[in-house]
Design a protein around this ligand. Structure first.
Ligand SMILES: [Zn+2]
Length: 263
């Protein structure tokens, strides 16, 4: 489900409201507020685009929590909302973060102005432009015959393993990032990189790009601090993996299914 970005909202369409309080999202009966919010006292309304046939607005709630409303931690909200709402909420959370952290020009300290036709801001004194930050990161599932290389970092839930991941460094290509992170985290070499899918992830502003890669050479050698354990798992004996809303879940299942039909 894609975002359309018309310059103005369409008054004929219903509306989704993304309303945050610190790192919590306002849900109404476990859903994003829609027409009910017409009666609420809201400030700082910002049109984010059209998604699933609805206008999407970012706003701040003024006053008390509405009846049936609850502040839900952002991660938990993403888990409970329909999957097609993830990109919508991710966009809202990241634009809000940008609004809160870009109030003054970093070059001349003049107050920034909201641009009319996109989500950027501009400095009316020196002309500097600012846009919401986006941090590309890669995730890679490494396969060897019928086995996948999975790893866990110390902050994972007990028993959960996932694919390797890391942020792209300045000046680096995605392919270079995959090779570097794999070498750093588990000490092996890979080849046959294939791009599979991507996901926007608002913690705080990642764009995760998912790859598969084939094992080439080397023995697993863990990077201290980042990786607690890593091992080869047969595709019929996988450990616990991250939740279905994660790109890791999609990527691991895709690779398992692909290998099932191949070997
Ligand atoms: Zn400036």
């Amino acid at each position: 489900m894609s975002f359309d970005l018309p310059p103005q909202f369409d008054p004929a369409l219903p509306t989704y409201w993304c309303i945050f309080e610190r790192q919590h999202l306002l849900l109404l009966d476990r859903q994003l507020p829609s027409q009910q919010a017409a009666d609420w006292s809201l400030s700082q309304r910002l049109f984010l685009g059209v998604h699933s046939g609805r206008n999407v607005f970012l706003a701040e709630l003024v006053g008390d929590l509405p009846a049936m409303g609850e502040w839900v931690p952002l991660r938990a909200a993403l888990l409970s909302l329909p999957p097609e709402h993830i990109s919508l909420v991710a966009r809202a959370a990241q634009v809000r973060q940008f609004q809160r952290t870009h109030r003054f020009c970093g070059r001349c300290a003049f107050p920034l102005s909201q641009r009319a036709h996109d989500h950027g801001k501009c400095c009316d004194s020196c002309g500097q432009l600012y846009y919401p930050k986006l941090s590309p990161a890669m995730m890679v599932v490494i396969y060897r015959g019928r086995e996948l290389l999975l790893a866990r970092s110390p902050h994972f839930a007990p028993g959960v393993y996932s694919a390797l991941a890391g942020f792209v460094e300045t000046g680096e290509t995605l392919e270079q990032c995959v090779h570097r992170e794999v070498a750093e985290e588990v000490g092996i070499k890979v080849n046959n990189l294939r791009y599979i899918c991507s996901q926007s992830w608002p913690f705080p502003h990642s764009l995760m790009l998912g790859f598969t890669a084939e094992y080439e050479s080397g023995e697993i050698c863990l990077q201290p601090d980042e990786i607690e354990d890593a091992a080869w798992f047969d595709i019929d004996a996988m450990p616990l993996i991250p939740t279905p809303i994660s790109i890791a879940y999609r990527l691991l299942n895709h690779t398992r299914d692909w290998l099932s039909g191949r070997v």
